[in-house]
Write a protein that binds this ligand. Structure first.
Ligand SMILES: Cc1ncc(COP(=O)(O)O)c(C=O)c1O
Length: 386
């Protein structure tokens, strides 16, 4: 009856099942998995946001433009430094992936994605009947891409290479050297680069050689951003694709992308009309969150000094941090104890496909008091159990 592209795996895992039981029993859990910016006490100017929608006269009229309304694209152009005609608006970066996968690949095609990284790639690609193959990132005082493995993974079915910059959850950037190498590699093999830059405005411990924006010179490149992280407003549903690379390829891609966008016309007119005010509102929330991610990371580091058996890995940017735990037991067993005895929720490394165990991933955006208490409890667990 149903399509095989839908991977139906509705069973709750042991950690979410325990969390549900504890909540039902009235436990007040400290949730260090929270990554929804509308739930972490940020100061959104509610009146200004409401007024932005109330003030726009265009809401009673609908003049669809497939790539996005010119005024909205001008605003994104000003933020990204790209020409407006190289911008295509989408309802989210998740939708942008769907558009790009349709643009670049036929069913059965292959997309290369980093590992560890954002777990949704497999689902986004699966919905377009595509396969993903991971290229590894390794850690030595900072993350780097396994260039040999990446190159070896390219074959005739490969259509795009995804880079998440900074990456979720490792917080790592490609270095400028890696980005230039990737540009040449992709061009040589005739595949596109997709650079997911949704966390670009959240730098933390950025190294000097980091490529803080990826644009194509030789390779057709699509850089993604959106309001969900830039303005902390995921509910507004607005993302964008910035296309760069050789002019002829950019032109060919632009027309086809517009054709895909025209087929769906999914971006709401109200959010485009309100964009200027939403970007302004987001600037204030983002400013608070940028300081908060740094405050929370400092609180985490303070718990795991040189005497601790656990280590907080380098976080160049983004909204999460990775804690390497002693491998004396599995991630799941660490997580279950953390939840059961300490009432703290975190994520396991395997959720993001880390190559080895044991890693915990924590969100850096919860309110500082909650975060610091949770970090202290993780440290207490490590101190008593290792
Ligand atoms: C790396 C990365 N890309 C894309 C997204 C999805 O963003 P959007 O809300 O724009 O679909 C997320 C969401 O967390 C993400 O972590």
């Amino acid at each position: 009856m149903f399509s095989s592209r839908i991977r139906w795996d509705a069973d709750p895992n042991a950690v979410s099942a325990l969390a549900a039981r504890k909540r039902a029993a009235g436990a007040a859990l400290l949730d260090l998995t929270e990554s929804n910016p509308t739930r972490v006490g940020l100061p959104f100017p509610a009146k200004a946001i409401t007024a932005a929608f109330g003030a726009v006269g265009g809401m009673l009229r609908y003049d669809p433009v497939p790539a996005g309304l010119p005024a909205a694209r001008d605003l994104v152009a000003a933020r990204t430094g790209a020409a407006p005609d190289r911008i295509c608006l989408t309802a989210s970066t998740s939708e942008a992936y769907g558009f790009l996968f349709k643009l670049l690949a036929d069913p059965g095609g292959k997309i290369l994605v980093p590992r560890p990284s954002y777990p949704l790639f497999e689902y986004l690609a699966g919905l377009e009947c595509l396969r993903v193959e991971a290229y590894p990132l390794h850690y030595e005082d900072g993350w780097y891409a396994d260039r040999a493995a990446l190159e070896a993974a390219i074959d005739a079915s490969t259509r795009a290479i995804v880079v998440v910059n900074p990456n979720n959850p490792t917080g790592s950037y490609f270095s400028r050297g890696e980005a230039a190498w990737l540009d040449a590699l992709a061009a040589r093999h005739g595949v596109a680069v997709i650079a997911d830059e949704v966390f670009a405005e959240y730098p933390i411990e950025v190294r000097d050689h980091a490529a803080t924006a990826i644009r194509g010179r030789e390779a057709l490149t699509f850089s993604l951003g959106g309001l969900s992280k830039l303005a902390c407003l995921p509910q507004m549903k607005l993302g964008w694709i910035v296309t760069s690379g050789p002019g002829d390829l950019v032109e060919a891609a632009r027309g086809r992308l517009e054709w895909i966008a025209d087929t769906y016309l999914s971006v709401g007119a109200p959010v485009q009309d309100a964009l200027s005010a939403l970007l302004d509102a987001g600037d204030a929330a983002r400013g608070v969150l940028r300081v908060r991610t740094q405050t929370n990371l400092a609180a985490l580091r303070a718990q795991f000094g040189s005497n601790s058996a656990a280590t907080v890995l380098r976080v160049e940017g983004g909204w999460s941090a990775v804690i390497r735990l002693p491998r004396v037991r599995s991630e799941e067993s660490w997580l279950l104890e953390l939840l059961d005895r300490y009432d703290v929720l975190a994520q396991p490394g395997y959720f993001y496909d880390f190559e080895t165990e044991a890693y915990l991933v924590v969100s850096l955006i919860p309110e500082p008091a909650v975060f610091a208490e949770g970090a202290g409890r993780i440290a207490a667990m490590v101190a008593t159990s290792s």
